[in-house]
Design a protein around this ligand. Structure first.
Ligand SMILES: [Mg+2]
Length: 118
């Protein structure tokens, strides 16, 4: 089984953020939305994506990270569909390479010359 298919979501998120920290283009941002374990703050909203993305071609977008077998929650579907109605890109991705490929398409990170080493 490929190693990336067993990466936990937290490891995927760490890899994606580190990729942006290394190869992110000027005036872009990839930031965690710290919903996990957050309690008591006004405005907490179930289903927000894992990462807020600013800049590039999209200006604003969201990435929902999942493991190979992760399942989108009902609240996550609701949030993604709201984004679609508003014309805000919100993409469900699996594993480590998919979200990085989206960041490349969105012009948030420099494109890799070759594939990432497995
Ligand atoms: Mg997630």
């Amino acid at each position: 089984m490929a190693r990336r298919s067993v990466l936990r979501e937290s490891a995927i998120q760490a890899a994606v953020v580190q990729h942006w920290e290394t190869l992110g283009l000027p005036d872009t941002l990839v930031a965690a939305i710290p919903n996990a374990g957050a309690l008591g703050q006004a405005g907490l909203t179930a289903g927000l994506s894992d990462l807020l993305v600013l800049g590039g071609l999209v200006r604003v977008g969201f990435l929902e990270l999942k493991t190979a077998r992760g399942v989108e929650s009902e609240a996550q579907v609701t949030f993604r569909e709201r984004c679609e109605r508003l014309g805000v890109p919100c993409v469900l991705t699996r594993g480590r390479d998919e979200p990085i490929a989206v960041l490349e398409r969105w012009g948030i990170v420099r494109r890799r010359v070759g594939r990432l080493a497995a």
